[in-house]
Design a protein around this ligand. Sequence first.
Ligand SMILES: C[S@@+](CC[C@H](N)C(=O)[O-])C[C@H]1O[C@@H](n2cnc3c(N)ncnc32)[C@H](O)[C@@H]1O
Length: 216
Amino acid sequence: MTKNDSFWDLYWEMRLKPMENLGKRDAILAVSDLIRLIAPQVDHPLRLLELGCGEGQIIGTLLEAHAQLCSCERSVGVDYDARSVAQCRKDFPGFGCIEGDITDRDLLASLGKFDIVLLVNALHEVFSDSYSTELGEIDVAAGKQRVKQAVGSAAGCLEPGGWLVLFDGLEPAGDPQQNLRIRFRDLDVRQDFEKFVEQYQPFHITYRQNEDPLCV
Ligand SMILES: C[S@@+](CC[C@H](N)C(=O)[O-])C[C@H]1O[C@@H](n2cnc3c(N)ncnc32)[C@H](O)[C@@H]1O
């Protein structure tokens, strides 16, 4: 199969299109390429581990599509959200989905070794979990430390020569301190913005009123 082949187009139309995208298609296509690249280089079906697997749409899809190259029974997903784990087990009963914290080194060390370890759109949440009530926003140093630890533990789950796949497409590029000028479509949208600023916890957002009521 090639990257743009009809298989993935059809699969996307039939199974995955309704789900929130957030770059999932790109992640799935890239790992699909990787699986086909490395499968001939090893003498066993590939074992996949997805940390922060949610409902299993990434790892489940890849295992379904590459059943002949991967070992479903020896692949694992981990997530600390009980509802997502339950949904994952229902939708993709072929592989083990464990409820647990991916920053727990002992848990990760107990899982064994894998040919591909995936972290797809999960690391930004590991970072955000370092929200400090004292600071009223994320403790950035603690968040970075947590991410470092999670990546280190994930790398520890790799077979020699294994691949760690990091994909986090939610944060826009650029300097978060940079001022932005925002124009709202109408006053309702502006009100939504004010509500968002009030409720968004990870960072303080400040804005200055412009003469134009539709601009900040
Ligand atoms: C945006 S979702 C992505 C899910 C999946 N990787 C995908 O792309 O479909 C992030 C997932 O990471 C999980 N997560 C975040 N921090 C975690 C942690 N410390 N331990 C386990 N799961 C975590 C969340 O519960 C959530 O299901």
